[in-house]
Design a binder for this molecule. Sequence first.
Ligand SMILES: *Cc1c(COP(=O)(O)O)cnc(C)c1O
Length: 356
Amino acid sequence: MAGGCRAQLSIDLEALRHNFQQVRQAAPASKIMAAVKANGYGHGMVKVAQALTEADAFAVATVAEALTLKRAKISQPIVILEGFLDLEELNLAVEEGFICVIHSPYQLELMENKLQGELKVWVKIDSGMHRLGFPLSRVESVNSRLAKMENVELIGWMSHFSDADDLNNPKTDRQIDDFSRATAGLKGERSLANSGGILGWPDSHLDWVRPGIMLYGSSPFANKSAEELGLRPVMHFTAKIITVNRCQQGDSVGYGSSWQCPEDMAVGVVSVGYGDGYPRHAAFGTPLLVNGGEYPLIGRVSMDMVTIDLRSNPDLKTGDEVVLWGGGLPVDRIAASATTISYELFCGVTQRVVRK
Ligand SMILES: *Cc1c(COP(=O)(O)O)cnc(C)c1O
């Protein structure tokens, strides 16, 4: 077999920038806070942030992620979506100039009692997700507590959608209405929309949009493809055929002997498994792409290998490149076939995979 990598990830930064422009086009009046948490959804946080020179801010989940961006000399404001979780993190956020999203009473108390130096904050409101955020009914009191803190600059108010992946769900409109009502007349900017909101609910755009998954070229909607939305895949995950077996009718393939050959046939062994982040629960029949043709997964996914049905083209050879997802094979199809979402597949690619 020629040199090269058994499992490889390549990241198309041009496609990333194209998708960023799709955000601009969809929400031309809004500033853009690009979500790069979880290592840029597995794409490489620093590289992604460096490529998105036009982003107005970056959103991360944790203080450690914010530090990684800062050390890489990213110059845009860095917003920590979970804010500080204790005094040590609060002090670090102040020192480094990170913007914190505050969502819980313990954070207000820490700020009232222990804040040294200046801090900029967004306030997260719970408009129906019931995960993070102050209840709608507490907005007034949070606002007046913040107003008394001289060293705190309130940037604005944000909330998060629970059902924006479903274009027919009326809950998103309800969240928009409730958020608008609860924050009416207050000073500060407003932010609601994730990718689903950006592409599906223009009323949610407000001052700042917060795209994540659409930047990486996956559709936020179950029933609309990324291609239909004008998005291009950024992550290309590939492996190789490392053996072609000629199996007999009745032979079983892989652990548990869970797949039997219905006839004499060629079976390809591909150099990727769940140890690389290929989903172990991918169903039989999940497509893999070789030289432009699709071949169905057969047998169980193992740690280092998967097996594919080569009956439609028994001439494929050892060394042929196999696309697991990316150009020509949308990640959303693989996610559906593995009963998961693209977000999880992106984040799950492991350290063993060589990144280009
Ligand atoms: C991750 C995240 C986003 C981006 O969501 P996508 O669905 O990936 O567009 C936006 N806002 C918050 C608060 C998030 O945690």
